[in-house]
Design a binder for this molecule. Structure first.
Ligand code: PLP
Length: 360
């Protein structure tokens, strides 16, 4: 079977060039006689792989030297726990902004450790827009402000950075990291699971300003302490070695392409074309506020929901897969991360126009 265009929200499509290189290097990485999967994480070869991956990530995101880069396991969901455990630093409350399903999960977990002040919530609007900062009620005593720049399920994305007046800003960038420039110095901590825009599942990247480390909640497990990972260059225990290697290949791929500026240009272009098709028709619909639409995850519905199954089935037969919306919101969702080529979006658009013609 030929390769399909995979619109999965995660684990998501990887750049074909990366998969081909991984295949070429599968049995014998750069003449060392073994696969990266078989390497000790303490050996010179793997140390080189992880150091290069970190350098390239720092380069791409222009991460200042007073920020640590950690390569962890446990997924973004573990960060819902690790963030309060590490960043409360003796304080009792934290601000959270709720713009969708992932914000809600982060809030529920943080409530186990502190008083959560929901500074703003888009729930009353069914998470179809982002509350402007003028409506936020931040608590100056908060240890940090947590938000979700891109809501993978609801398809809303911030195109601005909150101003927290010096309180450390924490961002769950799982589904839009590396898709647009970030001013890292605006953040105290950024985290992202790898399986959307970085690489394969099993790796979670944390970028944290070093002055925020050092005071964990009593009883924090060793592996949940950022300091432990920072002091051991992410090698306190065995890191997800192969996932780090794949992430490193993706970073190189991005750099060769022209870096964040170029991928952002492509992402803007891909998303604009897809939303235009949806907006120009009465057959497809997207209810997200235009200014807050995600470039990465495009949710839409068909005028007649009875056609959903036919749409998905026919799309699949055309090599367009994983277009079903999340079970919580229903409808369709096309995830068009960095690795989705422009031709994949073209193929989806052609299919949608044809489907509309034959089923309207
Ligand atoms: C996918 C996702 C998560 C959860 O990631 P896991 O690695 O499955 O824990 C959290 N936040 C956002 C924004 C996501 O897209």
């Amino acid at each position: 079977m030929e390769r399909v265009y995979n619109f999965s929200a995660g684990p998501a499509a990887l750049p074909q060039e990366v998969l081909v290189q991984a295949q070429e290097e599968m049995l014998n990485w750069q003449g060392c006689g073994m696969s990266v999967m078989e390497m000790t994480h303490r050996g010179q070869e793997f140390m080189e792989i992880v150091a290069q991956a970190e350098r390239d990530l720092r380069d791409l995101l222009q991460i200042p030297t007073n920020y640590k880069v950690l390569f962890l396991q446990g997924g973004a969901s573990s960060q819902f726990t690790m963030v309060p455990m590490n960043l409360l630093r003796g304080k009792r409350c934290a601000d959270y902004v709720s713009t969708g399903q992932w914000s809600e999960k982060a809030i529920r977990e943080a409530q186990r450790y502190c008083t959560v002040n929901v500074a703003a919530s888009a729930e009353a609007d069914d998470f179809r827009s982002i509350p402007p900062q003028t409506q936020w009620r931040l608590d100056p005593r908060a240890a940090y402000v947590h938000y979700t720049p891109n809501e993978t399920i609801d398809g809303v994305e911030f195109n601005w950075v909150p101003d927290t007046d010096g309180v450390p800003l924490v961002a769950d960038m799982s589904s839009n990291i590396l898709s647009r420039p970030v001013a890292m110095s605006s953040y105290g901590l950024v985290y992202a699971g790898a399986q959307k825009n970085i690489g394969s599942a099993g790796l979670t990247i944390v970028v944290v300003r070093d002055d925020l480390l050092g005071e964990v909640l009593p009883g924090t497990p060793t592996l949940f302490d950022y300091r432990v990972h920072a002091n051991n260059a992410s090698m306190y225990n065995t890191p997800p070695t192969y996932a780090i290697y794949i992430a490193g290949l993706v970073f190189k791929w991005l750099k060769h392409l022209g870096g964040i500026a170029e991928i952002e240009r492509r992402n803007i272009e891909k998303a604009a074309r897809l939303y235009a098709v949806i907006d120009d028709s009465d057959f497809y619909h997207c209810s997200t506020a235009k200014a807050d639409r995600s470039r990465m995850n495009v949710p839409f519905t068909l005028k007649n929901a009875a056609l959903d199954e036919v749409f998905l089935k026919q799309a699949k037969s055309c090599g367009l897969v994983q277009l079903k919306g999340h079970r919580v919101v229903g409808g369709m969702r096309a995830s068009i991360y960095n690795a989705m080529p422009s031709n994949g979006v073209n193929a989806l658009i052609d299919f949608m126009l044809e489907f509309e013609k034959t089923h309207d």
